[in-house]
Design a protein around this ligand. Structure first.
Ligand code: B12
Length: 214
């Protein structure tokens, strides 16, 4: 039963069938399948299939975009199940995909999981210039700046942002967390980030750790 529903989600996502993704994601929730299981082994697994096909030139940008939209529709059904918090957030995170990069699925998952862990989230969306993060740090109530990059060509915008924070004298005011498929711990260290996480679940642990370091 679990297997079948998750396979239905994957195959609907692969076909870019938004209605199918919504229908099967709802069915998965109704069947009591764990939300994290639906996300990881349904939606993310389906996106991985698309990623492999894209790499092999079996599908192209338009198909990937359609699947990405279907993915968003599925994720929005899961979000209410993650976010069950009291009034007072445990910390504030500003999150965005860096300049030059339009990929937002992974960033949105991280954002959703952090919300679920009772962080207040300000999401700047995609293609976020360094100055926008700097301006957010100036305001004062931001604990963590979280940056996502999916392109090797946009990774450097993370370095630029950290340098811009340094140049504005704000580097010590906020913690910086980075992630995205091409990012590694080594890269994170080389640009002076405080933290790196390979996926959204680890991102939550790392964000909590950063807060406790003060
Ligand atoms: C979907 C997709 C698109 C969609 C994006 C839609 C959207 N709304 O996001 C569209 C069609 C727009 C697109 C466009 C392009 N894409 Co694209 N795309 C992908 C694809 C297939 C899936 C990415 C994805 O969503 N994965 C699923 C999510 C869940 O995974 P994730 O993002 O890695 O996130 C997880 C972790 O990395 C981590 N994480 C993510 N962010 C953060 C942030 C923090 C702070 C932390 C802690 C953790 C964290 O947690 C997440 C959840 O666990 C990948 C292939 C792949 N295998 O990744 C290619 C891929 C990323 N794209 C690629 C390319 C080349 C492009 C284009 C340049 C293609 C072109 N010729 O135009 C353009 C670039 C546009 C731009 N300027 O950004 C390449 C990048 C190659 C490279 N190394 O640079 C890839 C790898 C495909 C490939 N193999 O060639 N793409």
């Amino acid at each position: 039963m679990r297997e079948k529903i998750l396979n239905d989600i994957k195959s609907a996502l692969e076909k870019g069938n938004r209605e199918g993704v919504v229908k099967h994601t709802k069915a998965a929730v109704d069947a009591g399948i764990e939300i994290r299981d639906i996300l990881n082994n349904g939606l993310i697994a389906g996106m991985e299939i698309i990623g492999n096909k894209f790499k092999a030139n079996e599908v192209f940008i338009p198909e990937v975009l359609i699947s990405a939209k279907a993915m968003h529709a599925g994720m929005s059904l899961l979000e209410p199940h993650y976010v069950k918090c009291g009034i007072k957030p445990i910390g504030k995170v500003v999150i965005g995909t860096v300049k030059g990069d339009l990929h937002d699925i992974g960033k949105n998952i991280v954002s959703m999981m952090l919300k679920g862990a009772c962080f207040a989230i300000e999401d700047f969306g995609i293609d976020v210039p360094p100055q926008k993060f700097v301006d957010a740090a100036k305001v004062g109530d931001v604990d963590i700046i979280a940056m996502s990059a999916l392109l090797t060509t946009s990774m450097n915008a993370m370095r630029e942002t950290i340098n811009a924070l340094k140049n504005s004298g704000l580097r010590d005011k906020v913690k910086v967390m980075v992630g995205g498929a091409p990012i590694t711990q080594e890269f994170a260290d080389s640009i002076g980030a405080d933290s790196y996480a390979r996926d959204a679940a680890v991102a939550v642990d790392k964000a909590r750790e950063l807060l406790s370091k003060g």
